[in-house]
Design a protein around this ligand. Structure first.
Ligand SMILES: Cc1cc2nc3c(=O)[nH]c(=O)nc-3n(C[C@H](O)[C@H](O)[C@H](O)COP(=O)(O)OP(=O)(O)OC[C@H]3O[C@@H](n4cnc5c(N)ncnc54)[C@H](O)[C@@H]3O)c2cc1C
Length: 559
């Protein structure tokens, strides 16, 4: 089978980018919502890529690890957020890294650090390159005279599995499918499914504190990380493999969310689980989003901890084809490797219906015997096999959740297609207390709708809860507005600013799971205290004394 080629500018595989007919049809459908939408433009061609000449050469011992290949440099120029897609689509690769390195072992990282320190080169760790906050951009400013990208994709093995403790030692460059393939023969799974699962990596998840498919309880990768190993320019830090500890501030926490600013996470011990055998799913409709919010709050505080508890507002439910009339929809699911789930689902549905929810279909229950666990202690995993079909985000199996799951997985390709139509579209997320949510939501809606009117002449904003906690929800917004050819980035800037200003003014966080990167840094610096900021800068100075690690990402550079 021919190897699939990763797009150098857009999401995923080149061959999966929607073809002309599909994009024309998308344009027709969008006109009903946005008014004018131009005919799709053709994506950029690889033969037309222009990148600047590399600004430095590398010594012999590094040459075999790296490349200056034009396409590779272009592919590693950006993450995959809206601004990245637009710049890539326009063929703007002026900020390409000078070199892209593919280390296979830690000793090579140390060589790279020494080279970059002595030559004043910025070094940007790169997992799957799916950052949406400018986390993998290349900025050589001040005394730095070039940039190098360190792509960890060749460090992608599951090195050991401790079945007794249900933990696995995994290299940072392993993507979701690579982890799944290697854990499956043991009947185990990490069960961490960000929407970017197919391409994002364990190291990237840890560095950004990614959010997965569990809507409650184990929402972030943080909850699944037992210990980390990090190679920094100042040396190696490996944290202890223990289930819990009261020994000072937790050292692994320094690296969860470190965004490549302190060093390179090379591996981690993570908590794995048997794949679920029982699943239950249902959807509940509410006349109004606010009714659904009230029910979701009670559910989040009930101690039931559903694996999926996604509340879609009326527009979002219609956009995904789940309802034909305006109704908020709550997608509920439970999963377990240990027990049937009827009592949990019945209690959840009873809470929802007491609060005005309408569950018009029976809940779906499935039980499947998938694997039994081997009782051996630490073992080497068998050779990787093909990932099982069930190793995909499980948000439930009833008809509504199946529709939702399909559009969840297709959405990233859709965003690249929308860029080719000149549409301004993106998502942003936050988290806040239940008490603050109504005001925050009203303020965000007001500000973003006003910004879309001013910048684009109109547009649509939708909201869903991706994760919920006993003390508050994580609202996730999607906006889509008509673009003006050539002005899309300025239009997007105005909407993003309106959204983030409103979030901050209403006591939300600038990010629930997308991280800080370069994009959110100006707002994050207002969200956190100055003293905390300078404490982080001091840690950076200790671990990265020459300031080569991902400068400007998360932490500002000294001028
Ligand atoms: C379509 C789409 C859907 C998404 N869905 C989700 C979602 O559901 N949940 C979610 O949380 N996020 C999501 N994201 C954002 C993104 O996928 C996450 O931030 C993800 O964790 C990034 O992983 P990555 O391997 O691609 O990291 P990269 O994008 O390569 O890097 C991200 C940051 O981490 C640093 N980094 C990467 N690897 C390492 C390492 N080994 N050591 C040190 N630093 C490192 C980089 O320098 C950079 O600052 C989505 C993005 C897209 C484009």
């Amino acid at each position: 089978m021919a190897e699939r080629v990763r797009s150098f500018w857009g999401w995923g595989y080149e061959e999966s980018f929607p073809n002309d007919d599909a994009r024309k049809e998308l344009a027709t459908r969008l006109r009903a919502v946005l008014g004018h939408v131009p005919e799709p433009l053709s994506p950029p061609s690889a033969s037309a890529i222009v990148v600047p000449e590399p600004r430095f050469t590398v010594p012999v011992e590094l040459r075999s690890l790296g490349t200056t290949d034009t396409r590779e440099r272009a592919r590693h120029t950006y993450g995959r957020g809206y601004r990245d897609l637009v710049r890539g689509f326009r063929g703007d690769f002026a900020a390409a890294p000078d070199w892209v390195f593919y280390p296979t072992e830690e000793s090579q990282l140390t060589l790279l650090f020494r080279f970059c320190e002595s030559e004043a080169i910025a070094l940007v760790p790169y997992g799957g390159g799916t950052s949406v906050v400018g986390g993998t951009e290349h900025v050589a400013s001040g005394r730095l005279r070039g940039t190098a990208c360190v792509d960890l994709s060749r460090m992608d093995k599951v090195l050991a599995i401790d079945t007794a403790s249900r933990t696995a030692r995994i290299q940072a460059g392993a993507t979701g499918p690579r982890i799944a393939q290697q854990l499956a023969p043991q009947g185990l799974s990490l069960r961490h499914y960000p929407q970017s699962y197919e391409f994002s990596t364990l190291g990237g998840w840890i560095a950004t504190r990614a959010g997965g498919h569990y809507a409650t309880l184990y929402t972030h990768i943080d909850d699944l990380v037992q210990a980390v190993r990090v190679v920094t320019p100042a040396g190696v830090i490996e944290t202890r493999r223990v289930p819990a500890s009261a020994a000072g501030p937790a050292p692994e926490r320094l690296f969860l969310g470190s965004e490549g600013a302190f060093g390179i996470i090379t591996e981690a011990w993570v908590r794995v689980q048997p794949r679920p055998r029982w699943r239950a799913s249902a959807s509940v409709r509410f006349a109004k989003f606010s009714d659904g919010v009230a029910a979701t709050r009670v559910l989040s505080q009930s101690g039931l901890f559903p694996s999926n508890c996604r509340l879609l507002d009326e527009r979002e439910a219609m956009l995904h084809g789940i309802t034909q009339v305006p109704r908020a929809v709550l997608l509920l699911a439970f999963e377990s490797a240990d027990h049937p789930l009827e009592p949990w689902m019945e209690r959840a549905l009873s809470i929802a219906s007491d609060l005005g929810g309408d569950c018009d279909e029976e809940a779906t229950y499935t039980a499947e015997i998938v694997y039994s666990l081997s009782p051996t202690a630490v073992s080497r995993p068998p050779a990787p096999s093909v990932a099982p079909a069930s190793e995909l985000p499980n948000v439930g199996r009833d008809a509504d959740t199946a529709t939702w799951r399909r559009s969840f997985l297709d959405a990233p390709y859709m965003q690249s297609a929308l860029v080719s139509l000149g549409v301004v579209c993106d998502t942003f997320e936050t988290a806040c207390s239940w008490e603050r949510f109504p005001e925050l939501h009203a303020a965000v809606t007001r500000s973003v709708e006003a910004a879309m009117r001013t910048a684009c002449g109109g547009g649509t904003l939708t909201c869903r809860f991706t994760h919920v906690y006993p003390d508050g929800p994580a609202p996730y917004y999607t906006f889509i507005a008509p673009g003006r050819a050539g002005a899309e980035l300025e239009q997007w800037d105005a909407i993003k600013k309106a959204a983030t200003d409103a979030i901050l003014a209403n006591e939300g966080t600038v990010t629930h799971h997308h991280a800080v990167g370069r994009l959110h840094r100006p707002w994050w610096e207002k969200e956190r205290s100055d003293l905390y900021g300078s404490t982080l800068s001091a840690a950076k100075e200790r671990l990265d004394p020459h300031g080569i690690m991902n400068p400007g990402c998360l932490i500002g550079t000294k001028t």
